[in-house]
Design a protein around this ligand. Structure first.
Ligand SMILES: *[C@@H]1O[C@H](CO)[C@@H](O)[C@H](O)[C@H]1NC(C)=O
Ligand SMILES: [Cu+2]
Length: 179
């Protein structure tokens, strides 16, 4: 059975291409410490870059809650006017919009005790065809041009690389079987 060099190269190219798209990341808040007292969340966020489409995963038990709050409520540790509240972990919160998102624990004195985290969310990679003016210079990447002029929704951007990949795989297997 002959291995077709061209097909192997094609497959490798397609495989590497499929890995390129800026996949949304899931960040476990506090890593192994989770969402609890005694964790310095400023340190936790300091080496991370959050993008639209990423997810914060809060791991906690019944002794804590998560509330997304305004900037002033974050400063004042007030969960009374929360944008959203969650009371049973784990809670996954998608970062859908740019800007700073503020999260606190709503249990009395926990926020002032350190259970508060703010994350600055920048524009997601890919899919943003409308507002490219403020893209950081270091993150430019070659963007495959769709055959049609229509804009591609972000949700289908993750799917499209699978189409040539599957096609390449089918072609590869077909050639092996035929040879
Ligand atoms: C983010 O968007 C997804 C998909 O539209 C939605 O299901 C989810 O509720 C949104 N999350 C927040 C926190 O707005
Ligand atoms: Cu708490």
């Amino acid at each position: 059975m002959t291995i077709y060099g061209a097909e192997v190269v094609l497959l490798i190219v397609l495989l590497s291409y499929s890995g390129i798209p800026c996949l949304a990341k899931v960040y476990t808040v506090g890593d192994s410490s989770g969402w609890s007292l005694g964790v310095d969340y400023k340190t936790w966020t300091s080496d991370k870059t959050f993008k639209v489409g990423d997810t914060l995963s809060f791991n906690y038990g019944s002794s804590h809650t998560v509330s997304e709050v305004s900037s002033s409520d974050y400063d004042g540790c007030s969960a009374g006017n929360a944008i959203a509240s969650y009371t049973s972990g784990p809670t996954n919160i998608a970062l859908n919009t740019t800007g700073t998102h503020y999260f606190i624990c709503g249990v009395a004195s926990h926020c002032s005790g350190g259970m508060k985290v703010s994350v600055s969310v920048s524009g997601g990679g890919g899919g943003g065809s409308g507002s490219g003016s403020s893209a950081p210079s270091g993150t430019t990447k070659p963007t495959p041009t769709p055959p049609t002029g229509t804009t591609t929704p972000a949700s289908s951007a993750a799917f499209s690389p699978a189409v040539p990949l599957v096609f390449g795989l089918v072609l590869f297997i077909f050639k092996l079987v035929v040879s």
